[in-house]
Ligand binder design. Structure first.
Ligand code: PGA
Length: 252
C-alpha cells in the first residue's frame, strides 16, 4: 500500500485526478470503477474540468440503494449523472451502476459481475471509506471474498448518510454493492479519505490487522493500492512521518 498524506482534501484529490487522467490518456478504453458520497465530489469536478476524452471509457459504480429509482435525487444513478457524467462525453451504454429496482437481485448481481469480466476487468477502482471501514457498501463482517450482492446497511451507515435525505427514516435499509472480492480484482485501487471522522477507520485499515471488521484493511493484500488522505483522516496513523518520507523519496 502507498499512503499519501496531503495537507488538505484538495491536494489529495489533485493527485488522484492526475492518476485517473493519465490512465484515460494512455488507455482511452479504460474501465473505471467509481464511487459516490461526499469524498469523490471534488475529484469528479476536477475530472470534468480536465476535458478528457471519455468516449471509449467504461465505468462500473460500486453500489446503489435498493428501492431508489434512477431519477430519485439520492440515488447513485442521479449522483453520477449530476456530478460527473453530464459534463463528459461518456457513452451512456458504457455506464454501469447497480439497479436498485432490479426485480431479481441475485440475477442482476451475477450479470453485473459478468459485465465487469466481459469489459476486461476494472483498471482503476476509486474508493471512499465509511466511518466503520466499509468499502463500497461492504459493511463490517462482509466476506473478504464476496461478490456483488444485496447487503443490509448498518445503523451507523444509515446515520452517516441521513444527511443526504430529509430524515434518517428515508434512508434505505438495503443496497446492492460490488463485493470485496470484486474490488480486489481491479488492477489498481485508489482510496480517498478526508476528515477526522474517517481517522479511526483509516488507522485500522492501514496499520491494523486484516479483518472483515474493517473491510478496507483488505487493501493491504492488494498489489497496487494507494490511500490518499488529508491530515484529518491521517490523524490517528502512527507512522505518518514514514509515509511522507517514502512519498518524498519515490523513484521517478
Ligand atoms: P462519504 O462516504 O464520501 O460520503 O464520506 C464514503 C463511503 O461511505 O464510502
Amino acid at each position: 500500500m502507498e499512503i499519501i498524506v496531503q495537507k488538505n482534501s484538495e491536494a489529495a484529490t489533485e493527485i488522484v485526478a492526475r492518476i485517473v487522467a493519465q490512465l484515460l490518456r494512455k488507455k482511452p478504453d479504460a474501465v473505471l470503477g467509481l464511487a459516490t458520497g461526499s469524498t469523490p465530489l471534488l475529484l469528479y469536478k476536477k475530472l470534468a474540468e480536465m476535458k478528457l476524452d471519455w468516449r471509449r471509457a467504461t465505468t462500473f459504480n460500486l453500489d446503489e440503494y435498493v428501492g431508489l429509482p434512477p431519477e430519485h435525487p439520492q440515488s447513485y444513478h442521479h449522483f453520477m449523472w449530476e456530478n460527473l457524467f453530464r459534463f463528459v462525453n461518456i457513452a451512456k451504454k458504457n455506464v454501469h451502476i447497480p439497479d436498485g429496482m432490479a426485480k431479481d437481485i441475485p440475477k442482476f448481481c451475477a450479470q453485473y459481475e459478468k459485465k465487469i469480466r466481459a469489459a476486461g476487468g476494472i483498471d482503476l477502482q476509486v474508493l471512499g471509506i465509511g466511518s466503520d471501514g466499509h468499502i463500497g457498501f461492504n459493511e463490517p463482517t462482509s466476506s473478504l471474498m464476496s461478490r456483488t450482492r444485496i447487503k443490509t446497511l448498518t445503523p451507523q451507515t444509515r446515520r452517516d448518510n441521513a444527511r443526504f435525505f430529509r430524515n434518517e427514516g428515508e434512508v434505505p435499509y438495503h443496497c446492492i454493492t460490488m463485493g470485496i472480492g470484486t474490488i480486489m480484482e481491479s488492477r489498481q485501487c485508489l482510496l480517498l479519505a478526508f476528515g477526522q471522522n474517517k481517522a479511526r477507520a483509516v488507522a485500522g485499515a492501514v496499520e491494523g490487522s486484516i479483518t472483515a471488521m474493517n473491510p478496507a484493511s483488505v487493501l493491504q493484500m492488494h498489489p497496487v493500492a494507494k490511500i490518499c488522505l488529508d491530515e484529518g483522516a491521517a490523524s490517528r496513523l502512527r507512522k505518518t512521518d514514514y509515509y511522507r518520507w517514502v512519498y518524498a523519496n519515490k523513484p521517478d
